[in-house]
Design a protein around this ligand. Structure first.
Ligand SMILES: [Mg+2]
Ligand SMILES: [Zn+2]
Length: 133
């Protein structure tokens, strides 16, 4: 077991994931999108894509504050889950299959150089591009 707290967290979450895959509890992206749709779809569609986007950006702000520190590890994890859930519901409202687009765009690694890991030269990338391509 690693002594650094970060490595220890990573180690135990990888172990937990391995355990879940052994007992058949791994959730695919499509299953998560269906769960979020079944849970919040009706409300979120009624709110509309623009207002739902506002909620999503609110959650991104909460994640930014959590990443900037002064929060617990538990809160940081919680904010990642919130952003993922709101992104997922937005995809549903926009009729986008997240698993499909994730596979299409990132399934072979970097969309531009196709490397895993990416071999693109960051210095040569457009400064506004957060991801290549
Ligand atoms: Mg939140
Ligand atoms: Zn690349």
């Amino acid at each position: 077991m690693p002594s650094c707290p970060r490595l220890r967290d990573r180690h135990s979450s990888l172990l937990a994931r391995f355990h879940r895959s052994l007992v058949g509890e791994v959730m695919r992206i499509a299953e998560f999108q269906k769960l979020i749709e079944d849970t919040f779809g009706q409300k979120d569609r009624k709110r509309g894509v623009e207002n739902t986007f506002l909620w999503f950006s609110e959650e991104v702000g909460e994640l930014a504050r959590a990443i900037n520190g002064r929060t617990t590890r538990e809160n940081l994890r919680h904010e990642f889950a919130d952003v993922l859930a709101w992104l997922t519901t937005l995809a549903s409202i926009a009729n986008v299959d997240l698993e499909e687009v994730a596979r299409e765009r990132y399934g072979k690694g970097c969309p531009r150089c196709h490397g895993v890991p990416c071999r693109c030269d960051e210095a040569k990338s457009r400064p506004q591009a957060a991801r290549c391509g």
